[in-house]
Write a protein that binds this ligand. Sequence first.
Ligand code: UT7
Length: 337
Amino acid sequence: MSTHAAVLTGLGGYLPPRTVTNEELSDRLDTSDEWIRKRTGIRQRHVVDPGVATGDLAVEAGHRALKSAGAQGWNAVDMVVVATTTPDHPLPGTAPNVAARLGLGPVAALDVQAGCSGFVYALATATAALAAGHAEGVLVIGAEVFSNVLNPADRTTAVIFGDGAGAIVLRAGDRDEPGAVLGVDLGSDGTGLELATIPGGGARQRASGRQPRPDEGYVQMNGKEIFLQAVRRMAASSSAVLGKVGWSVDQIDHVVGHQANLRILHSLAQQLGVDKRRVVSHIESAGNTSAASIPLALADAAARSRFRPHDRLLLTAFGAGLTWGSAALTWPQTTLV
Ligand code: UT7
């Protein structure tokens, strides 16, 4: 087996300053703080001010991650991957402009669209590029202005999602270094397309020859079915990646799952046989930030000094597509945030 691996060297998160509490949502929707807390674990979410787009959040998080990477940051990064469901434009991708605004020069830059699994897919893209020698250092960003695609009248989605961005820097290194990404598992089931979708605005809707209804520009989700599938798929994908890297469940120090719903994270822990105390969550204060949720959860936990060098982390995500993915990595020696 090759000894090459992608190694984590930088981390940063950015949440827009404005928060929306459950009480504020209860003023305009048929919901309550009690229902939202009990069924999702969310207390508040962050929402951008008018005029702020996904690329702006990506630049903030990217800047923090590059700064935290020190010498491995601006000088070493030659590729930028932005995972997002809410790109600044249908064309071009968000990543090239983010790379330019970060002053990274003429680097490779692309977007990855894999719903809430986007960050793990982007991480896999980065690790593959590093292993193949196509890149020396990669900035991987998950960024969303999800509030743009929320139907203000739909209580099932409006209470869950929020805006934010998180980023990591990876460099080429060896598998035995702390911070190495040791394995990845990815999967999809496109027959589940209808379970979470924004039906309007794309080629499929235009090909239908009819004008989109206003609500077709918003995310539509079968929450109950997505919940069940999320637990099942993340548990199976987690087991697959653990098998690939040869870790037992007992050896995992932290499970950093996609922050969709605290009950999903706890069900996942139960299915895997992991103690709930090893589940990392920041959902209470940030809600579900889709492709940004895993790097934001990492940055939040790192800022609280929750991870120690050599700790074993399992990342796992599930989202629209349907898509899912998991990654196993160790925590680096250096303090990242
Ligand atoms: O990020 C990746 C994609 N998204 C997810 O992973 C989200 C996964 N799904 C979920 O997190 C949950 O399914 C929701 C939070 C969306 C809904 O929670 P639930 O416990 O699955 O609720 P439910 O759909 O089973 O609905 C239970 C009841 C229903 O009322 P009745 O029919 O029992 O009278 C709903 O109408 O709760 C009602 N309800 C609400 N009540 C107050 C649904 N949303 C709300 C709400 N406030 N916001």
